[in-house]
Ligand binder design. Structure first.
Ligand SMILES: [Ca+2]
Length: 307
């Protein structure tokens, strides 16, 4: 491959030299032809995105009548509040064969511009398992919530192999010190975005133990932006969760709801905690490649719980 390319490029140069000897436009044409010859093999990196987006300062969110704020982080301190968040340390491959390792380092999660920033960093020149660091943060399981409006204002990351999420797990899950395995503990995905599929689409889902105690899910339900991609601006992602149903909204617009009445949905009548993370690569996120721009960042303006 490399030898073929070199021969092709030499042929291009030779052709230019023969056709326009001594011409003043010769060098220009030579450059042009060389760039055409070179255009094939190098993959185009995704275009850069500005963080934080300009609409950070034009937040018009209102929860609507009847909702009382019971918990929030507006991220106005200098550092992440350890009374509200824990940083999970997880080796690469632990979940879904993901390629990142989650660290508790401030390089992967910090406060900037009154936002929580989660940063996925490419630590080497290679692509594959364990070549990236990222952060997975969660609120305290011992202070979970049952029902309410769970909302966050987020500017998402983007790109091939990038999988950000704002989601919830049952507070009794064993991986965080509880006594119940997944999926019996329950999972509510308020937002997942698969950069490998479409950076303009987010998905809602729930996971639980069904009637035969096996893994069951609502099935991912997607909603698409009218234009651009989710990384271009801050958007509000939220659920309204009560004893009967869970409803999902993006920027105040409802796009799906699901009933949680019935014995197989018992998980969803117990306390849950909140998670925020960027996964990189692996079985669900898909492979990262040279089109993916690093670092990838998720800016979170606020996270709020209303009841
Ligand atoms: Ca903020």
């Amino acid at each position: 491959m490399v030898l073929g390319l070199a021969i092709f490029r030499l042929a291009c140069i030779f052709e230019c030299m023969i056709r326009i000897p001594g011409s003043r436009i010769g060098p220009l044409l030579l450059l042009l032809v060389m760039s055409v010859c070179d255009a094939g093999p190098a993959p185009q990196k995704d275009a850069p995105v500005q963080y934080p987006a300009a609409n950070l300062k034009s937040d018009t969110y209102h929860p609507g009548p009847g909702w009382q704020l019971v918990w929030a982080d507006e991220f106005q301190g200098d550092t992440l509040d350890p009374a509200k968040w824990r940083r999970q340390v997880v080796e690469a491959g632990r979940f879904n064969k993901e390629w990142q390792r989650y660290t508790d380092g401030s390089a992967n999660a910090y406060i900037d511009d009154c936002c929580l920033v989660i940063k996925a960093i490419h630590e080497t020149d290679a692509h594959g398992p364990d070549q990236y660091t990222s952060a997975r943060l969660h609120t305290l399981p011992e202070n979970g919530w049952t029902y309410g409006k769970i909302a966050a204002r987020i500017q998402l990351p983007y790109g091939q192999g990038i999988w950000p999420a704002f989601w919830m797990l049952g507070a009794n899950i064993d991986e965080n010190g509880g006594d119940t395995p997944w999926p019996q503990s329950g999972e509510i995905d308020i937002l997942e975005m698969y950069g490998s599929k479409d950076n303009a689409v987010v998905e809602a889902n729930i996971h639980y133990a069904g009637k035969t105690d096996q893994h069951a899910s609502m099935g991912a339900v997607a909603t698409r932006l009218q234009q651009g991609k989710f990384a271009d601006n801050f958007h509000v992602f939220e659920i309204e969760w009560d004893a009967d149903q869970i409803q999902w909204f993006v920027d105040g617009k409802r796009f799906v709801s699901t009933s949680i009445s019935g014995n197989e949905f018992s998980e969803f009548h117990e306390p849950f905690f909140i998670l925020l993370n960027i996964a990189v690569g692996g079985r669900s996120a898909g492979p990262v490649d040279d089109t993916t721009r690093f670092p990838q960042t998720m800016y979170v303006d606020w996270v709020r719980v209303y009841q």
